[in-house]
Design a binder for this molecule. Structure first.
Ligand code: CTP
Length: 397
């Protein structure tokens, strides 16, 4: 997957640094050449010898080592790379990057490069949630730095929450997404996914059974072909893919706003199971049981996000793809839905409980376009996604 790719791996000084040794191994298994750079602090966690042995490369440690500068100056070092990966990216390294500091080898390399940079943050949960770190994160993302993780879980310090470095395999996936020169390189694609939650009161909401699995798989497959993916997701059961821009929303109204902010794009895929209705006036206080009778909920219609984009007069994406979740007369209903909404393709599936598709790992779809209806055999959602992505690449070529 990464044959011939050169990765400069900056290992920051955090407890997750030990996982970076495994990351070196996994990147090399994919054919990448990895040159490690250790910060002073990371040498407290991993030794230059182990990084050098696992990478089979010289390890760079000190900005002012004249021999290193003569062999390959720090500017050369970052120029020679296809991608710079910072793993673990500590709060301190992120702060330096966000502010353009260059007072050691790692931060100097990061400032001196014009190559893409991927960071895998890792720190204590409170440090991660601190407004300063979140501010730095926003700056880095605006600068085009790619971010993977952090994951949520038990931390070395005994606390629980977001702050664990992504697992090495997930980082490899993000590296591949950043580096592959797929047929969708340079294309911007929007994907919506997951259910929406519509508020009844502060503690209750209306939802649906969508897991977000198919939309997530489509976003991952598009990203694997090199697309720059914006992934607008409701509260899904599955984690979003690495290497895509994730915008998390709760309600249909928030999803519409996020979609509008993501435009213009070359293609848009609407895989979200958007709630058709919201509660007309959600209560600000918890609705209490009352002798006066049962609560009555009045509904209001949600905006149709797919239709609003498919019917844009100006700036419409070149290709608009919808999904149709049906339980009867699947092809007839989906064909009518395609006409009504104005999208180019609609991907119809039967979500009756006996199919096990909603919430399951497999899907059986029919792609309806102006060429007619094309029914695919039942296969995994990942395979469906790969085929959809390949067809999108063909359509945009
Ligand atoms: N969709 C949307 N916004 C909505 C409702 C649906 O963007 N408010 C999109 C979905 O993401 C999907 C397509 O429209 O791509 C069809 O969704 P589906 O739930 O099958 O259709 P509905 O419009 O809800 O029609 P119905 O409930 O009558 O089947």
């Amino acid at each position: 997957m990464l044959a011939g790719k050169r990765i400069l791996l900056i290992i920051g000084g955090g407890i997750a640094a030990f996982k970076s040794l495994d990351l070196i191994r996994k990147l090399r298994e994919q054919g990448a050449e990895v040159t490690p750079v250790l910060t002073k602090a990371s040498e407290e966690f991993v030794t230059p010898l182990s990084a050098s042995a696992l990478s089979a490369q010289k390890v760079y440690r000190d900005l002012f080592n004249l021999t290193d500068e003569a062999e390959m100056g720090h500017i050369e070092l970052s120029r020679a790379a296809d991608l710079i990966v910072v793993a673990p990216a500590t709060a301190d390294l992120m702060a330096k990057m966000a502010n353009g500091l260059a007072n050691d080898l790692a931060s100097t390399l990061l400032l001196a490069t014009d190559k893409r940079v991927l960071i895998a943050p890792s720190m204590n949960v409170r440090m991660w949630q601190h407004p300063a770190t979140q501010r730095n994160l926003a700056v880095l993302q605006a600068d085009g730095i790619l971010v993977t993780g952090p994951d949520e879980g038990d931390m070395a310090c005994g606390e629980y929450g977001p702050g664990r470095m992504s697992e090495p395999l997930a980082i490899v996936e993000a590296v591949a997404a950043a580096l592959v020169d797929g047929p969708l390189k340079g294309k911007k694609i929007l994907v919506t996914s997951g259910p929406t939650h519509e508020r009844i009161d502060p503690v209750r909401y209306i939802a649906n059974r969508s897991s977000g699995a198919q939309g997530t798989a489509v976003a991952r497959a598009l990203s694997a072909l090199g697309a720059e993916v914006t992934f607008v997701t409701g509260p899904a059961d599955v984690a979003p893919p690495e290497g895509v821009k994730v915008v998390a929303v709760q309600t249909a109204a928030e999803m519409l706003e996020a979609v509008q902010n993501a435009l213009p794009v070359d293609a848009a895929v609407f895989a979200a199971a958007v709630a058709d209705w919201r509660v007309a006036s959600a209560s600000n206080n918890k609705i209490k049981k009352s002798k006066a009778g049962l609560p009555k909920l009045e509904f209001a219609e949600n905006p149709d996000i797919l239709a609003s984009v498919a019917q844009m007069k100006k700036g419409r994406p070149g290709l608009v793809v919808g999904f149709a979740a049906e339980t009867q007369d699947v092809i007839e209903n989906a064909t009518a839905k395609r006409d009504r909404k104005g999208c180019d393709w609609i991907i119809a599936n039967d979500v009756s409980p006996e199919t096990g598709i909603m919430g399951g790992d497999e899907n059986a779809v029919t792609v309806i376009s102006d060429k007619g209806a094309d029914s695919w055999p039942r296969m995994s959602k990942a395979q469906v996604a790969a085929r959809i992505a390949a067809q999108i690449a063909e359509a945009l070529a």
